[in-house]
Ligand binder design. Structure first.
Ligand code: TRP
Length: 445
């Protein structure tokens, strides 16, 4: 079978930015920024994106694009058939499965909140009821599984239709929709009293609020938000025609992802500060604090609905990119049809997701090292398999493929300074930064 390709570079940008922009941007970025004191954390995060995230993103897209195959074959094709580096492909596959397992559960929470927002339950309930929406959902195994099934079902339906008719088509609708909703929300908060304080909070650094831990969080998040180290970007890169430079495209992806995260931060904190709330609410910022505030807003039901639809779109374009990793692997490696590959991989991940969902209620007592299934899968991927995979990708690109690959990836117009910077960030800077995250994760996590 001939390999599928994106219809155009714009399709790739839409699909890959769809992967990058997700719960990481709208849910996680604002709350970790809040927990780490605002502006100074934003600066550190931007530095991590530039020095660690973008170089590895470029490396992954380059690997997929030159090898023209899924994660299972990339390292064999670019190195040699018995290359020990092929373990990196397996690691990526494992990370994709782990991440999607718990991501689909959170995707389910978002659908539940979208439904509650649209029906008005989120904005008309008592304060007490609204602030317990998430707890109530977590306590109910049935509801969690229904919404998670719907989320996984949508993901499977899109991936089932293939690269152009499924993933590309979905990104063409969902991404513009997402950007439009984000702009509408930005317009809504721009006249609120919290808007300027929010800008100040995100842009004015207060280095006193920063800890060593914040830097680790920033490196880890740079990975997560750019969908690195799970084979996602390699797989999407493999649907690009071989042989074009990808420097600018990579930069564009980084810019889109960062701008969406910052805009989401402005929207969230404008609401938070308009009602004089504290920014450091943690993971509950989006699911508890915001709904309580939407209630008090003019046209709150509409704003809340727009907000959660936006989050749902973002989560869906990310989850399809994760499912595509094992699906591409199974269709190439064991020659399954797309249908069979999607249904089987979807089923395995779904089963893991159900265990994650149940770890909040029925399986609360299933613990390993003090963690339930959800935390285990989150911790294992974000502290171990993803940093390790990213580290190895950077080293492979920097040391095994070396300067020639850097030249090919950046194209002929890139100056020597840029080439040098990229080469040494994949050879040294990114591996060091990621190595520290890995070491700390292994010793303290
Ligand atoms: N980047 C997405 C987000 O910010 C999540 C995501 C998609 C992802 N694909 C991934 C995270 C692969 C890690 C690995 O929400």
């Amino acid at each position: 079978m001939p390999r599928s390709h994106w219809a155009s570079r714009a399709s790739f940008v839409l699909a890959a930015s769809g992967s990058a922009v997700g719960l990481g941007n709208i849910w996680k970025f604002p709350y970790i920024t809040g927990e780490n004191g605002g502006g100074a954390f934003v600066l550190v995060y931007l530095a991590c994106i530039a020095l660690v995230g973008l170089p590895i993103l470029l490396a992954e897209i380059h690997l997929g694009r030159t090898a023209q195959c899924s994660v299972s074959g990339v390292f064999q094709r670019l190195h040699h058939p018995r290359s020990p580096w092929r373990a990196v492909g397996v690691l990526a596959l494992l990370s994709a499965v782990l991440v999607l397992g718990f991501y689909s559960v959170v995707g389910g929470w978002v659908l539940d909140f979208t439904f509650k927002a649209a029906t008005g339950a989120l904005t008309t309930g008592s304060d007490d009821a609204v602030s317990h929406s998430l707890d109530g959902l977590l306590a109910s195994a049935g509801r969690l599984i229904v919404w998670q099934s719907l989320f996984m079902g949508l993901t499977v339906l899109i991936v089932l239709r293939g690269v152009s008719a499924g993933i590309e088509r979905a990104a063409r609708v969902l991404m513009p929709g997402l950007l439009l909703l984000l702009l509408v929300l930005l317009g809504r908060v721009a006249f609120m009293s919290g808007f300027e304080p929010a800008l100040g909070y995100l842009l004015r650094p207060d280095f006193g609020a920063l800890s060593a831990d914040s830097i680790l969080v920033a490196v880890g998040h740079a990975f997560f938000t750019l969908s690195l180290a799970t084979g996602t970007m390699m797989t999407y890169g493999s649907y690009l025609p071989a042989g074009q430079a990808i420097g600018r495209t990579t930069l564009l992806l980084g810019l889109i992802d960062t701008l969406v995260a910052l805009t989401a931060g402005v929207v969230v904190f404008s609401v938070v500060f308009s009602f004089a709330q504290a920014p450091e609410a943690g993971p509950g910022l989006m699911f508890v604090t915001l709904p309580l505030l939407f209630k008090q807003l003019g046209a709150g039901q509409l704003v809340a609905t727009a907000f959660f639809v936006l989050v749902a779109f973002a989560a869906l374009t990310s989850s399809i990119s994760m499912l595509e990793v094992p699906v591409a692997w199974a269709s190439e490696r064991i020659q399954w049809s797309r249908r069979r590959a999607t249904l089987c991989c979807g089923a395995v991940i779904y089963a893991l997701g159900v265990l994650c969902a149940l770890s909040f209620n029925l399986l609360q007592d299933w613990r390993l090292a003090g963690r339930g299934v959800f935390d285990l899968m989150d911790g294992l991927s974000s502290l171990v398999t993803m940093p390790l995979g990213g580290l190895l990708v950077a080293l492979f690109f920097g040391w095994v493929l070396g300067p020639r690959a850097v030249e090919q990836a950046l194209g002929p117009d890139a100056g020597p300074a840029l080439r040098w910077l990229l080469l040494w960030s994949v050879r040294l800077i990114a591996p060091l930064a990621v190595g520290v995250v890995l070491f700390t994760g292994l010793t303290t996590g």
